[in-house]
Design a binder for this molecule. Structure first.
Ligand SMILES: Cc1cc2nc3c(=O)[nH]c(=O)nc-3n(C[C@H](O)[C@H](O)[C@H](O)COP(=O)(O)OP(=O)(O)OC[C@H]3O[C@@H](n4cnc5c(N)ncnc54)[C@H](O)[C@@H]3O)c2cc1C
Length: 68
């Protein structure tokens, strides 16, 4: 277990009932043009490897757009 994350290891996110697409947009929202959020918890396909990959592709696009 990484010492920097004693409570973050071998887990995935869980959405409460009532979680909306709007909530997802908030989680995905970058901070300026420097901090971007990827990870399964930011994907419509949460709690899966597919979601993690999808989020990486989304953030790559966001970074490319931020560089323009
Ligand atoms: C038991 C189990 C079974 C699963 N089975 C499946 C399955 O069959 N199919 C499927 O599609 N998905 C499955 N999943 C879900 C899948 O593993 C996750 O959704 C996916 O790995 C999430 O990828 P991620 O990159 O978003 O996050 P993670 O894989 O959790 O990666 C996050 C990384 O960030 C690191 N980190 C955390 N904090 C810090 C910090 N402060 N500084 C630096 N690094 C940090 C962590 O150490 C970790 O390496 C399973 C998950 C579990 C726990």
């Amino acid at each position: 277990m990484p010492s920097f994350a004693p409570f973050l290891f071998l887990y995935y996110s869980y959405r409460k009932p009532g979680f909306t697409e709007g909530d997802l947009k908030v989680i995905q929202n970058p901070i300026g043009k420097q901090i971007f959020f990827a990870g399964e918890h930011t994907s419509p396909y949460g709690a899966s490897v597919h979601g993690a990959c999808e989020s990486g592709l989304r953030v790559a696009q966001e970074i490319i757009q931020a560089l323009d």
